[in-house]
Ligand binder design. Structure first.
Ligand code: ADP
Ligand code: MG
Length: 263
């Protein structure tokens, strides 16, 4: 179970360096407001896709939900309890591969379940998740012996082996080639439909959000505000080319972010 309630959330950082951007006259150490009064509610089992331009605070928001980042003001409640730090119930899949390069696929997945006492049960759990992400036969390969897509799948397998209530993914498809990206998003949707875990995903790709999300959140501005927060109850498989609702929402989001898709 993971119901997430974000109330009046604000985040300020101390400026780290002199900005060379015109019109930015921030001093080092001066506070920058990244998130301003963010209010969101995510229901148990939702696949939430968060969109927004670079630097608008998407990773900051995810890190605060995961308990890795302090909150300046406001609060985040998960199942009614305030987030005070990282928890094994929420697993974070990072933007760049988080696999340990000196460990095999098996050992990396084992990291997620290292607390398990029963060795036979532990091995069964590891194999089950390696199979689930279709890496059977690659158990003893090291990350550098895998393609980018296989590395992401191994990471997903490790995250799921922990059996968390919630999966948090920050741009999980960045850096993948087009075909791997398309396949991965289908796999993540299938996995979400099968396991029903609350999933939060930041993506730069509007089409990812529209084909995957059961809720779409758009953030923009500085400090960043929630510009859109909507449920999307379109069943899978979703086809952007034929579904009017998806196309209209895509146009609305493009407009909201101030970009053109027809060039
Ligand atoms: P996004 O993920 O949407 O691209 P981030 O959440 O990474 O954006 O960053 C939002 C803003 O906060 C950026 O301007 C970034 O420079 C700033 N920022 C992020 N982390 C820190 C930090 N630890 N210290 C100071 N500023 C930070
Ligand atoms: Mg980011």
């Amino acid at each position: 179970m993971s119901h997430i309630l974000i109330e009046n959330l604000c985040k300020q950082y101390a400026n780290r360096r002199h900005s060379r951007r015109k019109g930015d006259d921030l001093e080092v150490g001066q506070e920058i407001s990244v998130l301003d009064n963010v209010n969101l509610e995510f229901l148990d089992g939702e696949m939430v896709c968060i969109l927004g331009p670079s630097g608008c605070g998407k990773s900051t928001l995810l890190r605060m939900i995961a308990g890795f980042e302090t909150i300046s003001s406001g609060r985040i409640l998960i199942d009614g309890k305030p987030v005070t730090g990282p928890s094994a119930n929420n697993i974070f899949v990072f933007q760049n591969s988080g696999l340990l390069p000196w460990m095999t696929v098996w050992q990396n997945v084992e990291l997620g379940v290292r607390h398990m006492q029963d060795e036979a049960e532990k091995s069964r759990r590891i194999q089950e998740h390696i199979d689930m992400v279709e890496l059977s036969g690659f158990e003893h390969h090291f990350p550098h012996q895998l393609s980018g897509g296989m590395q992401r799948r191994a990471e997903l397998g490790r995250a799921l082996a922990v059996n968390p209530d919630m999966l948090i993914m920050d741009e999980p498809f960045t850096g993948l080639d087009f075909f791997t990206h398309m396949k991965m998003r289908e796999e993540v949707v299938n996995m979400h439909e099968f396991l029903g875990k609350t999933t939060l995903m930041v993506t730069h790709f509007i089409d990812d959000a529209l084909t995957m999300g059961t809720r779409i959140v758009v953030m923009n501005g500085r400090p960043s505000e929630v510009k859109l927060n909507t449920r999307l109850d379109v069943p899978h498989p979703r086809d952007m080319t034929t579904n009017r609702e998806l196309r209209d929402l895509r146009d609305e989001i493009y407009l909201m972010l101030g970009v053109n898709y027809a060039v």
